[in-house]
Design a binder for this molecule. Structure first.
Ligand code: NAG
Ligand code: NAG
Ligand code: NAG
Ligand code: NAG
Length: 368
């Protein structure tokens, strides 16, 4: 052909592109998500409205909980339409209806291009209040984290959930990575009494459960094992517990942090990634206190702080508009001031969509 300078310039461009991609770390983009612990108890219409709004606003993941729901209850301004039994009414006796209700919701999320992150149990069930369950009845808050028989009973629950075959999806959950991002060890392990985690989990509950989950998932399964917010809020000092960070089976450290405004997420992220020692880090719960701050002004600013450094985050919580039977404002809630009604004029979409265009701090591409 003879046009050697043409071919030389093509070659030079290719080399420059190769050099450029070596010089920067290509980590893909960040993401955001939402918590809603009662989504499976809502009416079909409410579920659809919520899921459509989240998809529209740019959420990539919704965090779901294996828990019970009671028809007629009010939750954060929404009316619970379906009773969902606890997964275990007796230890080791499982109600599929609990998981069937979640499976139906996961099918809907998947249809809108979103995934689920699943908390298989709530440590608040060990507080002995209205949430108490069969684990509290048998072991109380302390025994759950130190008694080998409790570990075995809980591991059996985890196995049941992972191997559950969806009534709507027809998928075995642990094999459904297109729709499920992963599993927490529990929601907020150790929160009923943090002395076990501030003393570095002498009975190795966290790593033991992570190892059980990973063994059940299989080594190459893309579903992740996440910590679920060790000790509850970050201020309790357990989030990066050494025995968890040093545990090969744990894939991701979930930060729960309600430090509110300004959260200075951008300033914290690199240090958290260092503390995680090669594991993924994400914020699994954060919220803006409606009684103290203007959520309309604060949400975009906080989201920008996450996106500045590519730290992924799930808000606690985006809510449906309240219904007449269930009057509700976040500022008036007795213990949870963080809810934001999705169509209340707070611009959720800008921050959540911006996350999808922001370079991620760590690489989530094989997971999200
Ligand atoms: C790229 O990643 C390596 C290893 O994780 C790290 O040491 C390095 O600082 C990163 N470089 C940039 C530009 O982020
Ligand atoms: C519960 O679901 C599992 C599949 O995950 C199935 O094998 C089992 O038969 C179901 N149990 C009942 C009582 O329907
Ligand atoms: C918390 O657990 C520690 C031992 O792990 C125990 O000494 C302490 O009494 C417990 N606190 C409460 C409030 O139960
Ligand atoms: C809250 O912030 C928004 C956006 O900055 C502003 O338009 C609104 O007036 C503020 N509301 C109050 C009560 O200050």
């Amino acid at each position: 052909m003879g046009n050697s300078s043409f071919w030389l310039s093509i070659l030079t461009s290719a080399v420059l592109v190769a050099i450029a991609s070596c010089a920067t770390n290509d980590t893909g983009n960040s993401w955001m998500g939402a918590n809603l612990y009662y989504l499976q108890g809502l009416s079909d219409g409410d579920q659809n409205a919520y899921i459509d709004a989240m998809a529209e606003d740019g959420a990539k993941v919704v965090r779901l909980w294996v828990n019970r729901q009671t028809a007629g209850d009010c939750q954060k301004g929404s009316l619970i339409a379906s009773t969902v039994p606890p997964l275990e009414t007796a230890l080791g006796v499982y109600n599929n209806a609990t998981l069937d209700a979640l499976d139906k919701v996961i099918v809907k999320l998947y249809a809108k291009g979103m995934k689920a992150l699943i908390s298989p149990h709530d440590a608040n069930s060990l507080l002995g209040d209205y949430r108490a369950d069969v684990y509290f009845d048998k072991w109380g808050s302390a025994g759950f984290y130190q008694d080998q028989a409790a570990f075995e009973a809980y591991d059996a629950r985890l196995s049941y959930i992972l191997n559950y075959n969806g009534a709507s999806s027809g998928k075995v959950w642990k094999e459904w990575s297109e729709a499920i991002m992963g599993f927490d060890l529990q929601n907020e392990p150790f929160t009923a009494n943090t002395s076990a985690c501030t003393n570095n989990d002498a009975h190795d509950w966290a790593c033991g459960r992570a190892t059980h989950l990973r063994t059940e998932l299989g080594k190459d399964n893309p579903l992740i094992v996440a910590s679920g917010g060790l000790g509850g809020d970050y201020s309790h000092g357990c989030t990066f517990m050494a025995r968890a960070v040093g545990c090969a089976a744990l894939d991701a450290v979930a930060v729960h942090r309600y430090a509110s405004v300004p959260g200075q997420w951008d300033a914290s992220a690199a240090g958290w990634a260092d503390q995680a020692g090669g594991k993924l880090v994400f914020v699994e719960e954060w919220g803006i206190d409606a009684a103290r701050y203007n959520q309309t002004a604060a949400f975009p600013a906080e989201a920008a702080s996450f996106n500045e450094v590519g730290l992924p985050a799930f808000y606690w919580q985006f809510l449906l508009p309240s219904v007449a039977q269930c009057p509700y404002t976040a500022a008036g809630d007795a213990g949870d001031h963080f809810g934001i009604v999705y169509d209340s004029g707070v611009d959720l979409a800008r921050g959540m969509r911006q996350a999808r265009e922001s370079e991620a701090l760590q690489d989530w591409r094989s997971i999200i």
